[in-house]
Design a protein around this ligand. Structure first.
Ligand SMILES: Cc1cc2nc3c(=O)[nH]c(=O)nc-3n(C[C@H](O)[C@H](O)[C@H](O)COP(=O)(O)O)c2cc1C
Length: 181
């Protein structure tokens, strides 16, 4: 049976390498994963007062998170942390108080950066929040994608067969992880 995976990308810009990586992984994922990118840029900044009468985008987003069988996060690294838009999505999905919509589902993290470090700090900062949100985050294999400026051609296709092979083995491992739950 296929599993519905909500894909969240922590960069809003058009040319985002994280978005390109997300599309690449969606394309090579096994059929047992039904991946959908869930938009997060429209979510109002979390303010507990708004939960008395939550904005429609929050309600819709929370329902999508609840309906998913698992989560795949693509994170850039902003100032040695995750981007504000991604952290906001985590916060919105975790509320109202007592209704953590992320809980008890499998997940995984891909981080990327134009630097050689591959967003490793953001990757682990995100994992810290996922522990508290009770997302069962795949520990191995890890995915830190560095030097992203040189990865794609003018048609947004990966240039390196080695990188594609790595991403394929990684997403296959993620599918096996999700199907354990
Ligand atoms: C506000 C800001 C802070 C950044 N901080 C870091 C950082 O701490 N570490 C890092 O490796 N790259 C950092 N970068 C560079 C990002 O890795 C680069 O912009 C990357 O392409 C962002 O991901 P995207 O292509 O998906 O938008 C930063 C970029 C911005 C805009």
């Amino acid at each position: 049976m296929s599993k519905k995976i909500a894909v969240l990308v922590g960069s809003l810009r058009k040319g985002s390498y994280n978005k390109k990586l997300a599309h690449e992984i969606i394309n090579i994922a096994p059929e047992s994963l039904e991946m959908e990118i869930i938009e997060i840029g429209q979510l109002a900044l979390y303010n507990e007062d708004l939960d008395e009468n939550p904005p429609a985008e929050w309600v819709e987003f929370r329902q999508k998170i609840k309906d998913a069988d698992g989560y795949l996060f693509f994170t850039p690294e902003y100032n040695r942390s995750v981007s504000a838009v991604l952290k906001n999505a985590l916060d919105v999905g975790s509320r109202p108080y007592g209704q953590n919509n992320w809980a008890s589902k499998p997940g995984a993290v891909v981080s990327s950066s134009i630097s050689a470090l591959g967003g490793a700090v953001a990757n682990h900062t995100l994992r810290q929040s996922l522990v508290f949100l009770d997302v069962y985050t795949m520990q191995q294999p890890e995915a830190y994608i560095g030097n992203t400026m040189g990865l794609f051609d003018e048609n947004d296709k990966l240039k390196s067969e080695d990188t594609r092979a790595f991403l394929k083995s990684w997403v296959d491992a993620f599918a096996a992880w999700v199907h354990k739950f």
